[in-house]
Design a protein around this ligand. Structure first.
Ligand code: FES
Ligand code: FES
Length: 242
């Protein structure tokens, strides 16, 4: 492997050493070298949050992080949440309340929620707080409310504590931290500008990649469509169900 370096980090509580090109994306190292395919790729450019993992307790978009920046870090992927077949209270709440449907966004949603609940330290976060914390995670299926309900339900049970300690510096230095959130906030605060920006980016190779990977970007625009044209959106949903 030319240009490969040996990287050491703690992955889901276990020490790991892997050889990989220094600039390989953390997302690919996790999936290819470590065999943990729970972390998903949606957009591949820091907008959808499907690839979210925790680096030293903070959610980062692993598609934006060069593997070398994970050297010495504590990484948690979705595989690190459940203990064997026993789901965490948070995962169970997602299942019971319909917070997971197609599942593409679910690993990222769970990890962003774990980080939030860890910060909340047993307090039940307000709905606005949850929406803010999950602003970098896009979902094309659930309409978000079920996810918010699941996070609150898990917090109420008081069993959703994360074993993680937050160390902001490392995760922020890793560069992938929540860049998607600014995109979604822009979408919600200024829908016209966001629509114009989307229009400008159509046809790019990253868009094609995203569509090939399951249409996460379609969900993004679909959500806007849902807001502006609820009847048409409902009709479109109905057609796709058949
Ligand atoms: S795949 Fe990383 S943010 Fe979309
Ligand atoms: S369940 Fe969120 S994208 Fe499908």
């Amino acid at each position: 492997m030319s240009g490969a370096v040996t990287l050491g980090f703690t992955l889901n509580g276990k020490k790991r050493r892997v050889r990989a090109p220094a600039m390989k994306r953390l997302l690919d190292v996790l999936r290819d070298e470590c065999g943990l395919t729970g972390t998903k790729e949606g957009c591949g450019e820091g907008e959808c949050g499907a690839c979210t993992v925790l680096v030293d307790g903070l959610p980062v978009n692993s598609c934006l992080v060069p593997a070398v920046q994970a050297q010495g870090a504590r990484i948690v992927t979705v595989e690190g949440l459940a203990r064997g077949p026993k789901l965490t209270a948070l995962q169970q709440a997602f299942v019971e309340l319909g917070g997971a449907q197609c599942g593409i966004c679910t690993p990222g949603m769970l990890l962003s929620s774990v980080a939030l609940l860890s910060r909340a330290k047993g307090r039940v976060p307000r709905e606005t707080e949850i929406r803010e914390a999950l602003a970098g995670n896009l979902c094309r299926c659930t309409g978000y409310q079920k996810i918010v309900d699941a996070v609150r339900a898990a917090a109420r049970k008081g069993k959703a504590k994360s074993p993680l300690k937050v160390s902001a510096n490392r995760a922020l230095a890793a560069g992938g931290a929540r860049q998607g959130s600014s995109r979604r906030r822009r979408e919600e605060s200024s829908p016209k500008k966001a629509a114009a920006a989307r229009e400008g980016s159509r046809g790019s190779s990253s868009t094609r990649r995203a569509l090939a990977a399951g249409g996460v970007r379609q969900g993004f625009s679909g959500r806007s469509r849902e807001k502006s044209l609820p009847k048409k959106a409902a009709a479109a949903r109905e057609r796709t169900r058949r």
